[in-house]
Each structure stands twice: as structure tokens, then as C-alpha cells.
Design a protein around this ligand. Structure first.
Ligand code: 5GP
Length: 268
């Protein structure tokens, strides 16, 4: 399979056409961002850790009957995937109160959410991904009622499968964000499931093992990603952990953060 033209470049991934029918390539880049792009860096090897963990989860989910876009890894940071027509929803499943749900509602951080809480945001960077409800999703024609039911059902199945898998490694799945797409009439899980899109805590110490380490300067991000990727996939840790390389300093960072913080206090 040959990589073709760039189709789309997001904050941390790029999507390319290929010469194979209905197949795209997702490249996991070494870029990392938070606060709606207000904080940006390039961290060597970050793309490969996220790609490896995503591939591991996609394979595990497929084995357990969840339909995904995953086909195969091409190298340590590029993944061949089925072409999907993406649904503009970010589905967040929460098992424990943390992040925006604590900032926006009277939950104490660490409170168990049982049953899990599903929150669905509108995937629209310009609007800072506002939260939706079922009526808005239907009124905006983002999904049909049947699709919405299916998306919620698959999301809860994924939550059960991943929570159990991670628990075996002593990791608590606090929350995660997933995205879906259509392949004909079939709904498939797309995008990624990685340390960038999950909140993971060590079960015993409650230490953050995910992008919160980067967001809130909690420690060495790449050392954390290296360790957690190994815990999840069972791979041997890489010895040389790359040092942080600051990307071009963003002008107006403070100014661009303030209105966002007011609107939604978004930390993604
Ligand atoms: P929160 O709403 O607390 O900021 O995020 C909840 C969970 O969803 C976290 O695990 C967070 O990493 C993930 N998440 C929410 N929005 C995004 C997003 O736009 N991109 C990514 N990669 N993850 C997100």
C-alpha cells in the first residue's frame, strides 16, 4: 500500500489517502497539545506510544466483537484504517469524576460514577466542542435516533472491556473520549484510544498516567507514556526516553486561553 495525499491534519494526527480502495493511513505525530491548542510541544516518540496503545486496544476490541476502523500497523507510528464517514460527536464515558465534570458540576474529584456517565460533545474546534444532549444531536441531524442508541450501547461495551483489561494492570479507567464513523450502514469506532484521549490513574497511588501529566506539569510526560504503554501492551520499556523539545512558542497564549476558560474551561 502506498501513502498518497494528505487528507486532513489534526492537532496530533494526520490522515492520508492511499492507493488501496476504502483505506486510509493515520499517522500519529509527536505533537501534543492541551487547552484547546494553547499549550503545544513536540515530544520524541510520543506518536509511537499512542499508536501502539491504540492498535493494541483496537485489536482487543475487535476480538471482543466491537467494530473499529483498524486494519493494521504499517510501522510504529502509522496505522492503516478503513475509510469512515466520521460522525461529529465526541463521546466521553466517565467512571470517576475528574476533569471538566468536576470544574462544571458539584462533583468531588475521585467520586465513583456508577452507572458510568456518558457525555457527548459536538466535535467543532471553532465552538470549543460544546456539550450536546439527545434533542440537539437529533435536531442538528448529527445522528439518527437508532445510531445514537447504538453509539451509546457500543460506548458502554467498550468501557466494560477496557476497564476490565486495564484493571488487570492495576490501572483505573477514569474516563475516555471516543469517536465513531459510518461505513455504509455500519457504525465503527474510529480515531484513537490512547493516553491523549483517556484519563488513567494508578489504582493504588492514584498517580496520573495520561495527558494530565502534560496538561498540569505533573512530571516527565514521555517517561509516563513509555511506562504506561508497556503496562498496557506488555511490551518491554524503551530505555532512552526522549527529552521534551519545546515547539515554537505560541504568541498570545494567555489571550487565547482566557475566553476559552470562561466559556468552558476546556483542558483537552
Ligand atoms: P474532560 O471533559 O474532563 O476535559 O475530558 C474527559 C476525557 O475525554 C479525558 O480523558 C480527555 O482526555 C478526553 N477528551 C475530551 N475531549 C477531547 C479531545 O478533544 N481530544 C482528545 N484527544 N481527548 C479528549
Amino acid at each position: 500500500m502506498n501513502q498518497g495525499k494528505l487528507l486532513y491534519a489534526g492537532k496530533a494526527k494526520s490522515v492520508y489517502r492511499t492507493d488501496t480502495k476504502d483505506t486510509l493511513i493515520v499517522e500519529f505525530r509527536d505533537d501534543i497539545t492541551a487547552f484547546d491548542g494553547g499549550k503545544k510541544d513536540t515530544l520524541k516518540n510520543k506518536g509511537s506510544y499512542n499508536a501502539g496503545v491504540s492498535a493494541f486496544f483496537f485489536e482487543y476490541l475487535e476480538k471482543h466483537g466491537v467494530k473499529t476502523h483498524y486494519l493494521q500497523m504499517l510501522d510504529n507510528h502509522r496505522m492503516a484504517v478503513r475509510t469512515l464517514s466520521m460522525i461529529q460527536l465526541e463521546v466521553i464515558v466517565r467512571n470517576v469524576a475528574a476533569g471538566s465534570i468536576v470544574r462544571n458540576y458539584p462533583f468531588r474529584e475521585g467520586t465513583r460514577l456508577d452507572p458510568p456517565v456518558i457525555v457527548i460533545d459536538f466535535k467543532d474546534d471553532c465552538r470549543h466542542d460544546p456539550m450536546l444532549n439527545d434533542d440537539l444531536i437529533l435536531a442538528l441531524k448529527l445522528a439518527t435516533p437508532q445510531e445514537l442508541r447504538k453509539i451509546k450501547k457500543i460506548s458502554l461495551e467498550i468501557n466494560c472491556l477496557l476497564s476490565a483489561l486495564l484493571a488487570k494492570q492495576g490501572i483505573l479507567l477514569v474516563d475516555f473520549k471516543i469517536e465513531f464513523g459510518r461505513q455504509g450502514k455500519t457504525i465503527r469506532l474510529g480515531d484513537e484510544i490512547s493516553m491523549d484521549s483517556m484519563r488513567l490513574w494508578d489504582k493504588v497511588t492514584k498517580e496520573s498516567l495520561d495527558k494530565d501529566v502534560y496538561r498540569f506539569n505533573k512530571g516527565d510526560v514521555m517517561a509516563t507514556y513509555n511506562r504506561v504503554a508497556c503496562r498496557i501492551t506488555g511490551a518491554a520499556p524503551r530505555s532512552a526516553v526522549a527529552k521534551k523539545k519545546p515547539a515554537a512558542v505560541q504568541k498570545n497564549r494567555r489571550r487565547s486561553l482566557r475566553p476559552v476558560a470562561k466559556q468552558k474551561a476546556k483542558t483537552r
